[in-house]
Design a protein around this ligand. Structure first.
Ligand code: NAD
Length: 353
């Protein structure tokens, strides 16, 4: 078992536990209190043995998919919790990927002005990233994640066993975020240095898959450290957006189809590397290392074409644009990134695929 303690600014610590088959022993972790489970239809079907451990009335199953990450679902969850007379001393358990985690986290943060939350992430992305750090929220017609709170889970129980049922698209999605952590590792200011880039470079793709518990542990530790230093994204936490300004434009351009979020981040990292290389901020060696590691995991697809002007337009609609220049996180040295607020748009366009 691996334990990571994430210290919050309020001085309350949350515990991140990583262990195979831990969710099967869930009752050992539970205290003598009422637990409300929030999950989705897909996981309810895949893991009935986990649902079986909860009181039937306290299981809330929502529809599966990003399109249900909205206020209607929030309203449904809140009503169900109130119907079952949830109390301040009770606890909400989120079993699912980032969508369930964000929705359940948001509900836990507002119901009765906040009740205890346990996250059990079931996708690779949620294990490495979204279940840690306390961002919660839902989407509105104005955009994704525009309404939300910062609300840290008391426990995050990471059980890599869930990855056995995850499909290839969602595995690649998580890998994209893992590569992001690898390329920002030194900027995360963690005491322990894992050198994830070398680990991912040296190992065969199948061995990487087999070593996922270790890799999740590295990413979870890096994220926990960044978040403990900057919970509300005032400064350091911004590095977690590496590749994301590009990624949001690629995802919007493709209407959130064809590639997963993590793959879009991989496209973004490649572009940021090209821009950085064009600006002489990284050398050819490191540039090639970034590109070949992303290609090794087939995270980008040459057959997918983008209209460069449209991507620039989408990126300049982003709030990071000022006076025809754009803010971007760029690699500046191996495993280090820095925020630049003066990138000219022609340079941006030249970095696109
Ligand atoms: N809070 C944060 O810090 C943070 C960070 C990154 C992303 N996010 C959010 O996370 C969401 C994306 O999360 P996601 O990629 O986990 O997507 P998701 O939650 O939609 O899960 C993807 C799919 O995998 C299924 N699934 C989940 N676990 C499974 C398992 N073990 N086996 C088989 N299928 C399984 C889900 O039902 C779903 O169909 C987005 O809404 C994004 O905004 C939040």
């Amino acid at each position: 078992m691996n334990k990571i303690i994430l210290k919050n600014q309020e001085n309350t610590a949350s515990e991140i536990i990583i262990e195979n088959n831990l969710s099967q022993k869930i009752q050992d972790i539970f205290e003598d209190k009422k637990y409300f489970l929030i999950t989705n239809t897909k996981l309810a079907k895949l893991y009935p043995e986990i649902l079986y451990k909860f009181n039937k009335k306290r299981i809330i199953v929502i529809k599966d998919g990003e399109k249900y990450k909205n206020f209607k679902t929030i309203n449904y969850i809140l009503n169900r919790l109130l119907e079952e007379k949830i109390e301040r001393k009770d606890c909400i358990v989120a079993l699912g990927g980032g969508v369930v985690g964000d929705l359940a986290g948001y509900c836990a943060s507002i119901i009765l002005r906040g009740i205890e939350l346990i996250q059990i992430p079931t996708t690779l992305l949620a294990m490495c990233d979204s279940s840690i750090g306390g961002k919660t929220g839902y989407n509105t017609s104005y955009g994704k994640n525009l309404v939300g709170t910062f609300y840290t889970a008391k426990k995050v129980i990471i059980d890599p066993m869930f990855l056995n049922t995850l499909d290839e698209q969602n595995y690649k999605c998580g890998l994209g975020e893992i590569l992001k952590y690898a390329f920002i590792e030194k900027s995360c200011k963690n005491k322990k240095f894992y050198n994830l880039v070398d680990f991912l470079t040296i190992n065969q793709t199948q061995d990487v898959k087999n070593e996922m518990p270790y890799i999740i542990n590295c990413c979870a530790s890096l994220k926990a450290n960044v978040v403990s230093l900057d919970k509300k994204e005032s400064n350091l936490r911004k590095i977690l957006n590496f590749g994301h300004t590009y990624a949001h434009a690629f995802e919007t351009y493709l209407n959130y189809k064809k590639i997963s979020h993590g793959q879009a981040v991989s496209y973004g990292i490649k572009c940021a590397a090209k821009l950085s290389f064009n600006l002489n901020k990284i050398n050819e060696n490191y540039y090639n290392k970034i590109i070949s590691l992303i290609d090794k995991f087939s995270l980008t697809d040459k057959k997918i074409k983008f209209k460069k002007e449209k991507i620039v337009e989408l990126m300049t609609h982003d709030k990071k644009v000022q006076n025809g220049k754009i803010n971007l996180l760029l690699p500046v040295a191996p495993l280090e990134v820095e925020l630049f607020d003066n990138i000219d748009l022609p340079l941006l366009e030249a970095s696109l695929p």
